[in-house]
Design a protein around this ligand. Sequence first.
Ligand code: AMP
Ligand code: ZN
Length: 141
Amino acid sequence: MTDCVFCDIVAGLSPAARVYEDDAVVAFLDIRPLARGHTLVVPRIHSSGLADLDAPSADAVFSAGRRIAGALRRSSIGADGVNLLVNDGRAAMQTVFHHHMHVVPRWNGDKLRFAAQLLTRRPHELDEVARVVREALAHGN
Ligand code: AMP
Ligand code: ZN
């Protein structure tokens, strides 16, 4: 184990509901999701934030985020829209200091449900949701 929870997940030392991985990034479901299917994309190489993030990792994170956004729309999760979000720095509400991008599915008219979930952030059957997203990724780019 290291002192970084996302490095531990990347190394397979900590559990996570993985949905996607390639040479540069690993993506897994957020343990306290803002919505069903809320995914985090993290570079394999540790950087604490945007300032020390290498350019190829930055490209790979965005590219994976784009693909996962498509999967969240195509799959039975059925998102109508997606927020891609990076919190960079404590002032911006970053709490895990290993750079990551949030991929958050949104639905038409979900504002109230979204606001309620901001307060509760309960996990939704992570393994089942991860399976659905993986399957959609296998059938699209
Ligand atoms: P941020 O505020 O952008 O730093 O968000 C960090 C996110 O990481 C939060 O949404 C947490 O719920 C999520 N998180 C923290 N630890 C884990 C973990 N072990 N597995 C999955 N997600 C995590
Ligand atoms: Zn790390």
